[in-house]
Design a protein. Structure first.
Length: 277
């Protein structure tokens, strides 16, 4: 991982995004692009007033990234005039950027759901790049939960996750969840389905093992995929949850599938969404 773009918005989400991105950048040897958007309508103001506002925003931006700079992370502060969604979409589509990070608060949006801002929702639905939605706190990055079900999307996520886990020195829990209605007859025996699925997880996680990452396979059934992924991440005390995304067929421009969206809303840890290759 070489370059990470981090969006800086409200104070609470900025804390989560900058803190998480700085830790990842420091351990993975990446640089940061810290993006702060300001309204385009500032152009309607007198020049002196525009300069005053930009100077204030620039000072605020520098204070947000100061801990990262002090920790030795290379940081490029950027003030973008326009919609923050457009700014982060542009950086996400830059071939030189490996990951876009935004933050969210721990504010509840109802039972089992955490609040996501409009920028995060837009990036999750329309982005074609890896997106991390960080929660407040500085996790140790010791363990990553990775959704693995043998689909092309999950294999792409495994390939993306492997160098990150290796750089962080983190172990990975490979998680596969079977819903009752889709279980195959050959997996109906508890011994058969669990043993076979764990063997398949080991195979699907080959990119991790090639880089020396410790992979623990976990197979569960009887839960929805989203519920199962979150429960295993909780039980294994994972610091982040990584999963591939599937586009919603028939809805042009929507890039995130139902499982990823449910996990993003319900998980109380950082979630990284990896799009199809």
């Amino acid at each position: 991982m070489n370059r990470i773009a981090v969006g800086i918005g409200s104070s609470s989400s900025a804390d989560a995004a900058v803190g998480w991105a700085s830790e990842i950048a420091g351990k993975a040897g990446a640089s940061l692009v810290a993006v702060r958007a300001i309204p385009e309508r500032l152009n309607e103001l007198p020049l002196d007033r525009r300069r005053e506002i930009k100077d204030a925003v620039g000072g605020e931006l520098e204070s947000w990234v100061a801990p990262a700079v002090e920790a030795g992370v290379e940081v490029e502060p950027v003030i973008y005039e326009g919609d923050p969604r457009a700014a982060l979409m542009a950086y996400g589509q830059d071939p030189g950027v490996d990951l876009v990070v935004v933050g969210r608060t721990s504010e509840s949006a109802g039972p089992g759901f955490l609040h996501l801002g409009s920028v995060t929702e837009h990036l999750a639905h329309h982005g074609t790049f890896p997106l991390a939605v960080a929660v407040p706190g500085d996790p140790p990055f010791e363990r990553i939960a990775l959704g693995l079900d043998g689909s092309d999307e999950s294999l792409v996520a495994a390939r993306w996750c492997a160098p990150l886990a290796a750089a962080l020195g983190a172990s990975v829990v490979g998680v596969s969840i079977f819903e009752p209605i889709v279980e195959l007859t050959m997996r109906s025996s508890p011994k058969n389905w669990r043993r076979q699925t764990e063997t398949e997880i080991e195979q699907w996680g080959a990119p991790l093992k090639e880089l020396g990452v410790d992979l623990t396979p976990v197979a569960e059934r009887g839960l929805s995929p989203a519920e199962g992924l979150i429960q295993v991440a909780d039980a294994r005390d994972a610091d982040m949850l990584v999963l591939g995304t599937r586009g919603l067929g028939g809805f042009s421009g929507l890039r995130i599938g139902g499982v990823a969206l449910k996990v993003l809303h319900a998980a109380d840890r950082t979630v990284v969404l990896v799009p199809p290759g």
